[in-house]
Design a protein around this ligand. Structure first.
Ligand code: DOR
Ligand code: ZN
Ligand code: ZN
Length: 434
């Protein structure tokens, strides 16, 4: 097979480390077929799916069932997260053996109401994961302020999201990032901060990096390009957790992405139906919206506008995710991204995002009507066309493979041994005595 790519840009396929494909459990919102088709049309060749499906991915058996469903329907490669919480503490090694791409820890409430471990439990959980070398991705936000404000507004019959959406609730994210980084430093666990939304979170992230903590971070196009100014236009459709912040966060987030404080772009692709996104009381609208299909066009538009260069973008969309989650080429290995995962774009073609032409089942997003520059023409996963000349290759259903079958993350280097030893030896000898 040959392809004439004259005039087109051949990019490494995107690796989106944060999607919710809802299958099994909420297949009216999305499933492995619709989600991976959306990814393929977005130039994303590998996705990492979150564990808040039904049942929550907490045991090797549940993981195996979900793996079978995904392998059956996926058009692109995938990794599966397991939840890290009390319910999975004793399954950590089994889940690693079963091939998880990483663990997800919810420090605050989320869709699916997964319980959040307290700090003591987090310490134990990190200690358990650290020797496996797997990265723990954190929803680093404790939501208490948001929830309290929403509760009061709801009780007062207020339906105005701007009533509480100043940047102050970001303080719970700042505190959560700081706490997670401290626990990672003490245990040697590798961590990843999901959906960095505010300029305030950059300080604890940068400080942890400077101390040598193995910590990475992601932000998404919505935090770089949308703000509280968009509520009037989008209403419940833009409701997402964490929320988009005030527009003065954009510049610092772009700068952090350029200087590497933020390592990567991920979308938090979180589809819900139009009915679930347009309820008359804004607090009752489900949080999140699809993003896996629009990330690359939106970011390539920013590249075209000179916001960042293409090399920095590719680092954030493919290289950093691969390196952070153990998918980067190592001697003698054949790996995703290194085995011909390509997104081939016409960087000069302009088009307008239309929710009805997107492939997510969700069909509703705050990107509707946005002009972008950069149109996907072909997507190859492990050397095979999944999208060709702008059309899906239907026979590629089931082509997607779990990336864990390809490479295992190496164990973490022990970190901060001095501090650990100091902490242990600081316990008076008498403490051990009966
Ligand atoms: O907006 C969100 N949607 N935030 C989350 O943490 C979960 C996600 C979902 O699963 O819908
Ligand atoms: Zn989250
Ligand atoms: Zn999420």
């Amino acid at each position: 097979e040959t392809l004439d790519a004259t005039g087109l840009a051949i990019l490494p396929g995107g690796i989106d480390v944060h999607v919710h494909f809802r299958d099994p459990g909420y297949t009216h919102k999305e499933d492995w077929s619709s989600g991976t088709i959306a990814a393929a049309f977005g130039g994303v060749t590998t996705v990492f799916d979150m564990p808040n499906t039904i049942p929550t991915v907490a045991t090797p058996e549940i993981l195996a069932t979900k793996h079978a469903i995904a392998a059956d329907k996926a058009y692109v490669d995938f990794g599966l997260y397991a939840v890290l919480g009390e319910e999975s503490l004793d399954h950590v090694e089994g889940l690693v053996e079963g091939g998880v791409i990483g663990f997800k820890l919810y420090m605050g409430n989320t869709f699916g109401r997964i319980p959040s471990p307290d700090t003591g439990a987090m310490l134990e959980l990190f200690e358990r994961v650290a020797p496996t070398g797997m990265r723990v991705s954190l929803h680093a936000e404790t939501n208490t302020i948001m929830e309290r404000r929403e509760k009061r507004l709801r009780e007062a019959g207020r339906n105005d999201p701007l009533a509480h959406l100043d940047s102050r609730p970001a303080v719970v994210a700042v505190e959560a990032v700081e706490r997670a980084a401290t626990l990672a430093e003490w245990t040697g666990a590798r961590i990843h901060i999901l959906h960095i939304s505010s300029k305030e979170e950059l300080r604890p992230l940068a400080e942890a990096k400077a101390r040598g903590v193995d910590i990475t971070g992601e932000t998404g196009p919505h935090y770089l390009m949308l703000s509280t100014d968009d509520y009037a236009r989008c209403k419940g459709v833009i409701r997402v957790n964490p929320p988009v912040r005030e527009a003065d966060c954009h510049e610092p987030l772009w700068n952090a992405l350029k200087d590497g404080t933020i390592d990567m772009i991920a979308t938090d692709h979180a589809p819900h139906t139009p009915e679930e996104k347009t309820r008359s009381v804004i607090w009752n609208c489900d949080c999140g919206f699809p993003g896996v299909e629009t990330q690359m066009p939106l970011m390539l538009t920013a590249v075209a506008e000179g916001r960042m260069d293409i090399h920095t973008y590719v680092r954030a969309s493919s290289e950093a995710p691969a390196k952070s989650f153990g998918l980067y080429p190592q001697k003698g290995a054949i790996l995703p991204g290194a085995d011909a995962d390509f997104a081939i774009f016409d960087l000069s073609e302009e088009w307008v995002i239309d929710d009805f032409n997107l492939h997510s089942l969700s069909r509703i997003s705050p990107w509707h009507g946005r002009k972008v520059k950069g149109k996907l023409k072909h997507t190859l996963v492990r050397g095979a066309f999944v999208v060709r000349d702008g059309s899906l290759v239907e026979t590629m259903k089931g082509h997607g493979r779990s990336v864990h079958t390809i490479q295992r993350m190496p164990p973490a280097e022990p970190r901060n041994t001095d501090k650990t030893i100091a902490a242990v030896t600081a316990v008076p000898a008498s403490a051990d005595m009966p």
